[in-house]
Ligand binder design. Sequence first.
Ligand code: PMP
Length: 611
Amino acid sequence: MPTLPMPIDHTAIRAEFPLFEVRAGGRSLVFLDSAASTQQPSRVIETVAEYQRHQHANIHRAVYQLSQGATRRYEEARATVARFINAAEPAECLFTSGTTGSINLVAAAWGRANLQPGDEIILSILEHHSNIVPWQLAAEASGAQIKVIPINDAGELDLDAYRRLLSPRTRMVAVNHVSNALGTINPVQEIIAEAHAAGALALIDGAQWVAHGRTDVQALDADFYAFSGHKLYAPTGIGVLYGKRALLESMPPYQGGGDMIERVSFAGTTYAGLPSRFEAGTPNISGAIGLGAAIDWLSALDLEQVGVYEQALLAYATDRIAPIPGVEIKGRAAHKSGVISFVVNDPPMASLDVGTQLDLRGISVRTGHHCCQPLMERLGVSSTARASLALYNSRDDVDRLADALAEILEQNRHRAAARAGRLQADQDDLAPRLQVPDATMSAAPGQDMNLGAGMHLNQVAGAEPAYPAAAADSPQAAADAIAEDFALLPDWPTRHDYLIELGERLPPMPLALKTDANLVRGCQSTVYLAARRKPGSKAVIECLADSDAAIVRGLIALLQRICSGQSAESVLAFDVDGFFSRIGLDANLSLSRRNGLEAMVQRLKALARDT
Ligand code: PMP
């Protein structure tokens, strides 16, 4: 077991984060989603609060002292950023809304002035959507083409393939410094040098790097470097675009408005110099000041030591998580930052369920595609669970994650075994009745779903899908009964367990119904919903649905009880949203799950309207 190096006093650092003072059941939160957003130390929170309380005024435009003070603080923050990334001068550091804003600025403004039909932009398959979509927009507008650097199975960029992609047509190479989904640290210095040798520029998405090691844009020779404050212990809504002065000066303005002009007249407008030219309108002043405070806070630590500490923690976490039966870590690059992305394969468990179960134990991890859908496709998964580390995490956090994961997966194995038992019993029961002597199970080609309870029935040739009949006299009566059951359950964890149980008993949905047309978009998990008019009846609708996520199967079970077998009119009249908030689900469901639920409800209502 590696011992963690001491120059980083983890306990003292953690004590600076008010979030960890909050204790539930005697234990503080285990926050392992810093790749999405880091928590903020008191120093940042208080600096921003003090600014808001006593120092706020709009900047750059007024003669009074309060405004001049705010302007000074804003510009000091810019100077702090410049020192932090070793820019040649503060004017090369533009404040933006974040990495996404920074990349959009370059793709739109530089792209508009420089891209032509036949030009090429090189991205990598590791990119976050915010380093893909802006370039797609720029390519569409200009007729340029996008080429993609592949990865090997460890999640490392294939540099030979990169070299082959480079050509005299390459205008821009845009890659991340660190992959948010896998943690791969890319050899950006080499990538930039090769881009330059081919006559192209290079933009580096540094969102996942800047908080974890030294950044020197001049040593890297980056043309553009983008990052976000909220992954650097600063507030949201503030970020930076570094650009070399000559390049920024050669670019047309991005957005027009106040502050970015020199003189406006209807005969023609002239633009301000750097950095104002690219900061139209009132900027996020408090955010910039907060970012400055966060950089000061982090810079007081030795960033080399920060890297050493986090690497040791990553090694410890990998050693603890990799051996857990059923877990497969995605991304095993030789150079990785503190990210562990994993899937549960044996038996399968949806990332969404892993995340929900960890949350019930006070552990926050991210689940989903991490805004990296092309990468997920390359990995052959729709999502992963991702634990990401920051300075305030310790071996204790990793132990709690690993112990909880082992327990959750053990439960998952029991559930899967129980399901397999039921499956066998049902098969024994069904086969003679259907005169199919050897009814066997086989997964649909390419299907990576954890098939729900009773899925075996789907495989039996000729079996009629059993759409559930009405559970009560009306949707309202069914909803009242569910609400009564929920009222007996004291808290979210027990309600969650109850939902899982309901999901386990969901009527089976035949594979034949799991078609593209029945796929519900907008859900984090895979969801199929088949709705129909009840045969022989014009106005009664019925539905069958399934998901790879146990919690979603539970929600489906509720929806089915309320709607299936009911008249179209009563389904349309029923306030599903109101019901979910009545039983307290809206407070405990993530937005993506609520959106998924909403998508299911809309499907049902659309059918009800058609009847
Ligand atoms: N790039 C990477 C590598 C990221 O991890 C993220 C955030 N997850 C972004 C870009 C987008 O950052 P923001 O949402 O702060 O604009």
